[in-house]
Design a protein around this ligand. Structure first.
Ligand SMILES: Nc1ncnc2c1ncn2[C@@H]1O[C@H](COP(=O)(O)OP(=O)(O)OP(=O)(O)O)[C@@H](O)[C@H]1O
Ligand SMILES: [Mg+2]
Length: 170
């Protein structure tokens, strides 16, 4: 579990307020359209169907939800998964904490399975076919939903890291 410091709380609060203030941000639906609203010190690094991910102060990842409840579901799923998900030894969960409405996560310095599969070449000791097999195994047996190739990353040591649990458990 990520330790929440006053600096992290301040950064998450600033991002949440900036998102709320953006004209495209609708409070009721919590939808953020793909325009740029990030405050000082945040850089957009990714976007999926549930969240927009930023690299923020201290190098951590801060995720603003596009769909109400996505980050709360993720926090609950991380706490469930830390003791109950079925994960092979070469797979670990990202360090994560919910701070207000923002999901704060360690930055994984690496690549997504999707990047590696698209490149057609292996990465950090992983062959494309082995990644596809591992992805299928996780889909079938982990108990976690939506572990598609954009939600699984490989860090620089070759360890697989789950970075998105916003879809819950199966
Ligand atoms: N901890 C992280 N470290 C580095 N990059 C990350 C991290 N978390 C997310 N990303 C990048 O940002 C992208 C979007 O983040 P994330 O998967 O959390 O969004 P999402 O909207 O929940 O996705 P989905 O469409 O799967 O629901 C990821 O595919 C990945 O490329
Ligand atoms: Mg995702």
């Amino acid at each position: 579990m990520l330790t929440i410091t006053p600096e992290i709380e301040e950064a998450a609060d600033r991002l949440e307020k900036a998102a709320s203030a953006a004209s495209e941000y609708h409070f009721m639906s919590r939808r953020v359209l793909p325009s740029y609203f990030e405050p000082e010190g945040f850089e957009r690094i990714g976007r999926g169907s549930h969240r927009v991910a930023f690299r923020g102060p201290g190098g951590l990842v801060y995720k603003v939800e596009l769909r109400l409840g996505a980050n709360l579901t993720e926090a609950e799923t991380f706490s469930w998964a830390r003791t109950r998900a079925h994960l092979p030894a070469e797979v670990r969960l990202a360090d994560q904490a919910l701070v207000g409405m923002i999901s704060v996560m360690e930055y994984v310095d690496g690549v997504t399975f999707a990047d590696v599969i698209d490149s057609g070449e292996g990465w950090a000791g992983w062959e494309v076919e082995d990644l596809k097999d591992l992805n299928n195994t996780l889909d079938a047996y982990s108990g976690l939903d939506d572990l598609h190739a954009g939600n699984l990353m490989i860090d620089n040591t070759g360890t697989v890291v789950v970075v998105d649990l916003s879809s819950g458990t199966s």
